[in-house]
Design a protein around this ligand. Structure first.
Ligand SMILES: [Fe+2]
Length: 246
């Protein structure tokens, strides 16, 4: 272990330490994938809804590229308008990741991302997304419209899973001494950013309503055999503050 790493570990311990009345100090190690939950602005939501509706009208069917048992999944007709917003959200993820890993890189080493895919799901009752993962580096899902009927279903749910319409993330082998599963009941405006390899799923709901969500993938490198495909993709310039000064 290098001296620098030892110093970082000690600083991390100091940050995490909680003084109990009996003066025992303890710290907790971060572990597993970094999944960030944030709430998007109304402005971003409006832009996404407008662009999603245009993609739906153009019938840009994207189902053959996706795992969902969902009849209406469309690729975005254009990414231009959403890029500045995505960039800001990735900046937040980048900061969260640095804190999570306790490693702060220099501003000049910020990752450069490419928005490689962007699509919208119009999810109706009984539809679902089985456990799956995504390609590229990071993925996200944004819930643009979660009807109240689904929220009511969730409130009435009796059970110890995520419940109807929940979004679940799976990691690890299921040992009960570790956290290997996280589920959430998304609300309108929620965004989740996660490493693309993390398995996730969406449970069905029973209400006769439509839930709208937008998902996307970002890459930080391109495989040679995907160069043509990515020629149409757009670079995302990361915004946001730099990590804490060390
Ligand atoms: Fe997915």
């Amino acid at each position: 272990m290098t001296e620098e790493r030892m110093k970082k570990n000690e600083e991390n311990f100091q940050k995490l330490s909680i003084k109990k009345p009996d003066k025992v100090q303890y710290g907790v190690f971060s572990w597993g994938p970094c999944i960030v939950h944030l709430r998007i602005s109304d402005d971003f939501k409006k832009v996404l809804l407008e662009e999603a509706e245009l993609s739906r009208k153009k019938n840009l069917d994207y189902r053959e590229k996706l795992a969902g048992v969902i009849k209406e999944e469309y690729s975005f007709h254009s990414k231009e308008k959403v890029l500045p917003y995505i960039s800001q959200c990735l900046g937040i993820y980048d900061q969260a990741w640095q804190k999570f890993k306790n490693v702060f890189y220099k501003p000049e080493n910020k990752p450069q991302y490419l928005l490689s895919a962007l699509w919208v799901n119009y999810m109706k009752r009984y539809e679902y997304n089985p456990p799956h993962d995504h390609s590229d580096e990071l993925s996200f899902v944004i819930f643009l419209d979660v009807p109240q009927a689904i929220r009511d279903e969730q409130k009435a749910f009796i059970g110890n899973s995520g419940g109807p319409g929940s979004l679940g993330f799976l990691y690890g082998e299921g040992n009960r001494q570790a956290i290997t599963y996280q589920a959430t009941m998304p609300q309108t405006g929620d965004m989740f950013i996660f490493p693309a390899w993390v398995k996730h799923y969406v449970a069905p709901f029973y209400s006769d309503v439509t839930r709208i969500s937008v998902s996307g993938n970002v890459a930080n490198s391109i495989e040679l055999n995907k160069l043509n495909e990515h020629n149409k993709a757009k670079f995302v310039k990361i915004k946001g503050e730099d990590g804490p000064k060390r």
